[in-house]
Unconditional design. Structure first.
Length: 216
């Protein structure tokens, strides 16, 4: 069942999401590894899924499940975890099928003891093609500088999130069609470490993993 898979573990990768972003899990599971994000992108009727975990305390298997109605899911591929002690681990999967309608995805996460938990359900629309691009100056200190290339004019919500899922900084900005330069001020007192910069625009969510390199 392992086919058309691609995984990465780099600070420089974009994480795009179209229409939906989710991290909540089945709370009944005894697994200790946290799923930090689960998102997806629809480009030219092809789906790319992305997810991130915190430090993986045990070997995991990720099963990508897909549904046409959001209720009946079937597995389409599986991927083993890195389990390498890193604070943040990034994964991706390219669905080889052409999608031309609404489609639903979720992650089934199984540990080496057989415990199972699920991500929430991600819904993508095969008719939506527009996304945004984000370029961030990384690492950051007193301010975060980044550019957002938008396909249309509109309003965007920008969140800076720590690895515990708390929103540390939040801004609303107006975007114009084209390249927009944005600054988030007053980040000098944030603890050093890894953060997720999340931009939401017209139903699209883009995430970047960034590092605070200095803490006062």
């Amino acid at each position: 069942m392992k086919k058309h898979l691609h995984c990465f573990n780099s600070l420089q990768k974009y994480v795009y999401s179209l229409l939906f972003f989710c991290v909540n899990l089945d709370s009944a599971s005894a697994q200790s590894t946290d799923l930090l994000s689960f998102s997806g992108n629809m480009m030219n009727h092809k789906v790319q899924l992305y997810w991130a975990t915190a430090t993986e305390a045990q070997p995991l298997q990720f099963t990508i499940e897909r549904s046409l109605d959001g209720n009946m899911f079937g597995g389409v591929a599986s991927l083993n975890s890195y389990n390498n002690g890193q604070d943040v681990n990034l994964y991706s999967f390219n669905d080889p099928d052409t999608i031309q309608s609404l489609i639903y995805y979720r992650l089934k996460i199984t540990d080496d003891q057989g415990a199972i938990k699920y991500s929430c359900i991600l819904k993508l629309n095969g008719m939506i093609q527009k996304s945004i691009a984000v370029n961030v100056r990384n690492p950051f200190d007193q301010r975060i500088y980044f550019n957002v290339t938008a396909p249309d004019n509109g309003r965007a919500n920008v969140d800076l999130i720590n690895l515990q899922g708390a929103v540390m900084r939040r801004r609303e900005v107006n975007l114009d069609n084209g390249v927009n330069s944005i600054v988030i001020d007053n980040t000098d007192l944030l603890p050093a470490g890894i953060y997720i910069l999340r931009i939401q625009f017209n139903g699209t969510i883009v995430q970047r993993k960034i590092t605070k390199g200095y803490s006062r």
